[in-house]
Write a protein that binds this ligand. Structure first.
Ligand code: ASP
Length: 345
């Protein structure tokens, strides 16, 4: 009699465990590469770590704790440094996230990414994913092989945030170093410190604390489900480049870009020699947007500049203004309409 009873107890226990696992939130994880997946020659290699990259499976095998946190569905988009994330990968990533989040059983999405251009991808997702569910972009400053690597805990925290219902409706979020930033305001602020991501003017949205995920703020600019940008049928985006302003800057890059056929140029600050080149670019139909190199503050628009057809990037840095301008140009080339878009997003 004892053995069947034990078996049935084990069976009930097994069913209970399986039910518990099934009740864990389902998070869609998209991997793209970057330092979080990079390997170095030894544990003290904290730069120039060029010894290949771990697979998504290897990345996750480092985090047995996930079995009590969430169920994961893993999609490998790429395994490259973030400088090699191109339009094809961005479109594939955004479309895949929208498709995953449209399934009722998926609670949220996490993207692992190199930190170099992470803010660009995060802002692109912020503007294009058609869902109110949480989208969290995460990376690491130390490679997978380093002592005290930050990747595993960053990833664990990103999955926690993606599985948190309170993280919904805030657009794409960036989670590193226990801190939750909005993709709209975050930028990489240090070349190698673990605390690199900052939201300079407005601060982070919240924190991933040991007991719970805490939000203190929301954002008011348009994003995700409320965004007007529809990439579902797009295979490419207009070419837009950035030109940096400084003392004695040459207009040559502006002429060269116009010659190369770009559709838009974002200026990170101005320079006297740009003035004529900008007029020539605009005469050829190239849209010009004024951003700034200072890292905080809006580029204000006077009535005189507006009358001259100037477009300003609000307080978006140049690399993010470029992301928005590429999407805006899929809808319009009209100056006032483009300025409305920069004011609203
Ligand atoms: N080179 C890396 C990248 O952006 C840096 C990082 O991931 O932190 O892909």
């Amino acid at each position: 009699m004892r053995t069947p009873r034990l078996l049935s107890l084990l069976f009930i226990f097994g069913v209970a465990l399986a039910t518990q696992a099934a009740e864990l939130p389902l998070v869609a994880l998209f991997t793209t590469g970057g330092t979080i997946q990079s390997k170095g020659a030894h544990r003290l290699t904290l730069s120039e770590y060029n010894d290949g990259r771990v697979t998504p499976d290897e990345l996750l095998s480092d985090l047995p704790e996930l079995k009590d946190l969430a169920r994961l569905e893993v999609v490998e988009i790429s395994n490259v440094g973030s400088g090699n994330i191109d339009t094809a990968k961005l479109l594939k990533l955004s479309k895949s996230i929208t498709a995953a989040l449209a399934r009722p059983e998926v609670a949220g999405a996490v993207v692992t990414h190199g930190t170099g251009t992470l803010e660009e991808t995060a802002f692109f997702l912020h503007l294009t994913v058609k869902s109110a569910k949480p989208v969290v972009v995460v990376g690491a400053m130390r490679p997978f092989t380093a002592i005290s690597r930050d990747g595993p805990f960053n990833l664990y925290n990103a999955i926690r945030v993606a599985a948190t219902p309170g993280a919904a409706g805030k657009g794409a979020l960036v989670v590193l170093n226990d801190t939750i930033h909005s993709a709209r305001f975050v930028t990489k602020g240090h070349t190698y410190h673990v605390e690199t991501f900052v939201s300079r003017e407005l601060g982070p949205l919240g924190f991933v604390d040991s007991d719970r995920v805490v939000f203190y703020r929301d954002i008011l600019t348009k994003h995700t489900a409320a965004s007007e940008f529809d990439i579902s049928k797009l295979e490419e985006l207009p070419q837009v480049d950035v030109v940096y302003g400084y003392q004695e800057a040459s207009p040559a890059p502006v002429h060269a870009l116009v010659e190369a056929g770009v559709k838009g140029i974002v200026f990170a600050d101005s320079a006297p020699a740009f003035a004529k080149a900008i007029l020539a670019a605009q005469a050829k139909g190239v849209v010009v947007v004024q951003s700034d190199r200072k890292g905080a503050g809006r580029v204000t628009l006077s009535d005189r500049s507006a009358a001259r057809g100037a477009i300003t990037a609000d307080n978006l840095n140049a690399q993010k203004a470029r992301v928005l301008l590429r999407l805006a140009l899929t809808k319009t080339t009209e100056t006032r309409e483009l300025q409305r878009i920069f004011n609203e997003y």
